[in-house]
Structures are given as structure tokens and as C-alpha cells.
Design a protein around this ligand. Sequence first.
Ligand SMILES: C[S@@+](CC[C@H](N)C(=O)[O-])C[C@H]1O[C@@H](n2cnc3c(N)ncnc32)[C@H](O)[C@@H]1O
Length: 258
Amino acid sequence: MYMTNFDSTDFIWDTCIEFLYNKELYAESLSQLLKEHNAKKILDCSCGTGFPAIQLKKKGFDLTCSDLSERMLKRFKNNMQRESLSIPFHKLSWTELNSFFNTKFDAVLCRGCSLPYCVSWEKDSVDLDKARKEIFASLQNMHDILEENGLLYLDLSPRESHSPLNTTFIHNFGSKKIDNQTVSVNWKIHHFLEESKRIWNANVLVKESKKTFSMSFEAYYLRHSELLSMLKKIGFKKIFPYFEVEGENTYDVFLAVK
Ligand SMILES: C[S@@+](CC[C@H](N)C(=O)[O-])C[C@H]1O[C@@H](n2cnc3c(N)ncnc32)[C@H](O)[C@@H]1O
């Protein structure tokens, strides 16, 4: 069993982002994609600590953010203030989106492999049956708050990790200097295919203070085929699986047009 320090999940994810992305490169290609779909009014409904909402806001998009985690939103607020930006944000679960907003969006983002954690972010166990139902209800909400022809942007762990032959993944991302500290990151991911369960363990080591921050969340193992069949059932007109986005080297991207 992995140890989780629930007080530092926002710090851990914010640090992971620094290793996973060239933020500017990714935000630029996402911005191009949104422009191609004439999307100006964007909801990032799993905004986390603010990537890529902050970068998109700087590029002039009309951004609204939401997330269920108070801890993530607190860091998002700090990150926003550091950039002297103001983006409206709300503490909301995906299943509350449609009843909360009385406006529609040109695009909804739910990225960072967020969906599988719909009932278990910052929790070390998952109710799989509840999670599956909630994922469907969440996707339905994301569909309903889109304008006609609006774009849903989702991502999940990559194709290679959905093979029955591969069930354990170790990622060592190396180390780099962040805010004058030498930080290294590693992940261990386990897929339990028969149970439809996934465990993600992330560790951040800070060299100078010799501190390790760890978190381990269980999640629903959402297969790509299951996501696609949910999107079809909900009534998205066009679905683009495995859409290539420059700068996205971690997750597989799925686009769906209402
Ligand atoms: C891995 S982080 C991704 C954050 C951000 N999208 C990014 O790419 O950096 C997953 C986020 O999904 C949020 N989340 C998980 N379940 C949620 C739910 N049911 N409703 C709203 N947000 C949720 C978490 O609070 C967390 O901030």
C-alpha cells in the first residue's frame, strides 16, 4: 500500500505538470485547435492548478474554470495571482455543471486524465460501480453545457497502457530545478483489467530538504472503447479518437463535437 499525503496533492500535480509539458508549446497547439473550432468561450471543468487555463487566458480566450477539489482550486488561485490574472472559478463536480451554469460554452476541457478519478480524486479507494455511472453522468453534463457544434476535449492514459499484456508502468521523469529546488518525479501505475481498477502513485522528491511527497489514488480503469461508446450514446455528432495535439506526449486525446 502506498502512502498518501493528502495535504500536498496540489503541489504534487503542479510539479508533475512541469515534467510532463512544455506549457507554452502545448498551449499554443491547443489554442490553434480551439480557433479552428471557432471556440472563444471555454470552460475548463477540471482546471486543477490552472494548466492550461492560465495559458489560454493569456492568449485572449474567454475562460471559466471549475474543479471539485478545494485544495487544487486554492493553488489555482495562487497561480493565477502570480500571473496577475483573474479567471472566474467555481467549486463544482462535473455532475453539477448543467444545473449550475445558465450559459453554454463553445468548448469544454476535461484534461490531465481526470475522468477516471471522478469519485476518487484525493481518495485512496474507489467505488467502481459509482464511478462508472458518474463518468457517464459527467459526460452527459459536459455535452449539455456545450453550444450546438461545441467541442469537448478529453484525454486518457495512452493506448499502450490499455493492453492486457502491460499492467504495471514505472515512469522516472528525472530531475530539474523548480523555484530554486532540485525536484525529481516518478510514477508507478497499476492496471487491474478484470476489476476495471487503476492505481496511480506519484512521488516528488525535493533534494535540498530531503523530503518526499507521495500520493496514491485509485480510479476507474476507463477503457478507450468504453469512453467512445458513452460519447456515442450521449449523442455527440462527431468523435475524433486519438487526435494528435503537438506537445501532448503523455495522454491520448479524444475530441467530440455536439
Ligand atoms: C490530474 S488533475 C488534472 C488537472 C488539470 N486539468 C491539468 O491538466 O493539469 C485532475 C483534476 O480533476 C479534478 N476532478 C476529479 N474529479 C472531479 C469531479 N467529479 N468533478 C470536478 N473535478 C474533478 C480533480 O480535483 C483534479 O483537479
